[in-house]
Design a protein around this ligand. Structure first.
Ligand SMILES: Nc1ncnc2c1ncn2[C@@H]1O[C@H](COP(=O)(O)OP(=O)(O)OP(=O)(O)O)[C@@H](O)[C@H]1O
Length: 351
C-alpha cells in the first residue's frame, strides 16, 4: 500500500516522463545513435539540467522532447500526454505548452522585438485585440519594455535571449526547454539570464529542462541533473547529491570544472603526512570540527585547499588537508570527524 501511495505521488508530480527513448539517425555511412534507451522523470516545477560533452546526445534528447526530432522508439509524456502518439493539430496544440529557447536565439531579424513575440502569439491563434497587451506584459517580465520597437541586430546577446524567453513564454507553456541557452553569453550575462530563468520557474511554476556542457550553469540553478555519455544517462540525481557524492568518473570530471582541488604534484610530494579530503554536507561547521579534532587528538593539521560551495542554497564544505602524528591518533581523529558528520577520504597515505 505504501508503495502504491508513493507511486501515486510520483505520478502526480511528474511533468515529463521519458520512457526508454532512443533516437537513431540514418546516414549514408550507416546508423548513428543519438539517444540510447533513456528513461527520466522530471517533476513539475523542477529545473532539470542535462550535461554531457559534445556528441553525448543532449541536443538529440531535448529536441525529441518537443518532437522537433522524431524519436526512433520510446515514449515522451508531457503533463500526462504521450506526445509520440499525437499528430497534426493535436501535436501542434501540445507543442504550444512547450516553449523553447536556443543558443543562437533564432529571432526573426526583419521583425522588431514586439513583432517577434506577436508572431508566436498569432501562430497560436491569440485574438488580435489581446496581442499588444500580452506583448507588453511579456516584455516587462523580461525587463525589456523599452526595446519593444528595436530590431534584434540592435540588441546585445543577453537582450536577444530575453526576447527569446519572452517569445517562448508567450503561450503560457508548462515546460520551457533551454538548448545551451547561455553558451553564447559572457559570464555576467549568463548569470542574469539564469536568474531570470529561476524567477520564471518560481513565479510561473514552469518546469525547465536545460542542456549544457557547463557545470556552473547546473550548479547555479538546477534542482536535479542527469549526465549523458554516448547517448545514455549514466548518472542522475539531485545536484547537491551529485556534487557531494559523484558516482561516476565523468560526474567527478564535471564537478572538477567548478570545484577544483587539484594540488600541484610538487606540493603533494612535499607532504609527509596523510592527505585527507574532508567533506561536510549541509552545514558550515566544517572548519570548526577540523580544528576541534586537531586539538583533541594532538595531531598536526595543514590545510592544502578548502572551500564552501553553496548548491541549491545548501552549503557543501570540502577541505583537503595533510595530517601528521601518531597513526592511531590519526585513525581516531578520522572516526571522530565521521561521527560529527564528515565524509573522510584518504587521498594519500603518509610516508
Ligand atoms: N541530424 C543528425 N544526423 C546524423 N547524426 C546526428 C544528427 N544529429 C546528431 N547526430 C549524432 O548523434 C550523436 C549525438 O549528437 P547530439 O548533437 O545530440 O549531442 P550533443 O551532446 O548535443 O552534442 P553538442 O553539444 O556538440 O551538440 C552524435 O554522434 C552526433 O553526431
Amino acid at each position: 500500500m505504501k508503495e502504491a501511495l508513493f507511486y501515486f505521488f510520483e505520478k502526480e508530480t511528474a511533468m515529463i516522463e521519458i520512457k526508454d527513448l532512443s533516437k537513431v539517425y540514418q546516414t549514408k555511412k550507416g546508423s548513428v545513435s543519438g539517444v540510447d534507451r533513456v528513461s527520466l522523470t522530471i517533476a513539475e516545477g523542477n529545473i532539470f539540467g542535462i550535461v554531457g560533452y559534445s556528441g553525448a546526445g543532449k541536443s538529440s534528447l531535448i529536441r525529441c522532447l518537443n518532437l522537433l526530432e522524431k524519436p526512433t522508439s520510446g515514449q515522451i509524456e508531457v503533463n500526462g500526454v504521450d506526445l509520440t502518439k499525437l499528430k497534426g493539430p493535436q501535436l501542434r496544440k501540445a507543442r504550444l505548452k512547450i516553449g523553447m529557447i536556443f543558443q543562437h536565439f533564432h529571432l526573426i531579424s526583419q521583425k522588431t522585438v514586439a513583432e517577434n513575440i506577436a508572431f508566436a502569439l498569432r501562430a497560436a491563434g491569440t485574438p488580435r485585440n489581446e496581442i499588444e497587451d500580452r506583448v507588453t506584459e511579456l516584455l516587462e517580465m523580461v525587463s525589456l519594455a523599452d526595446k519593444k520597437d528595436v530590431f534584434p541586430a540592435q540588441l546585445s546577446g543577453g537582450q536577444k535571449q530575453r526576447v527569446g524567453i519572452a517569445r517562448a513564454l508567450a503561450n503560457n507553456p508548462s515546460v520551457l526547454l533551454c538548448d545551451e541557452a547561455t553558451s553564447a553569453l559572457d559570464p555576467n550575462t549568463t548569470l542574469s539570464i539564469l536568474r531570470l530563468l529561476k524567477k520564471i520557474n518560481r513565479e510561473l511554476n514552469i518546469t525547465i529542462v536545460l542542456i549544457t556542457h557547463e557545470m556552473n550553469v547546473v550548479k547555479e540553478i538546477c534542482d536535479r541533473m542527469a549526465i549523458m555519455q554516448d547517448g545514455k544517462v549514466i548518472e542522475e540525481g539531485s545536484v547537491y547529491d551529485i556534487f557531494s557524492n559523484p558516482q561516476t568518473p565523468l560526474a567527478e570530471e564535471f564537478i572538477k570544472s567548478v570545484v577544483s582541488f587539484d594540488i600541484p604534484e610538487a606540493i603533494l610530494n612535499e607532504c609527509r603526512g596523510r592527505i585527507l579530503k574532508v567533506l561536510f554536507r549541509g552545514h558550515v561547521a566544517g572548519e570548526g570540527v577540523i580544528t576541534d579534532t586537531i586539538q583533541q587528538f594532538n595531531i598536526k593539521g595543514n590545510f592544502l585547499h578548502g572551500s564552501i560551495e553553496y548548491i541549491q542554497e545548501r552549503p557543501l564544505g570540502i577541505f583537503l588537508m595533510e595530517v601528521q602524528g601518531n597513526h592511531k591518533a590519526i585513525n581516531k581523529a578520522v572516526s571522530y570527524m565521521e561521527e560529527r558528520g564528515a565524509q573522510v577520504e584518504v587521498i594519500r597515505n603518509g610516508l
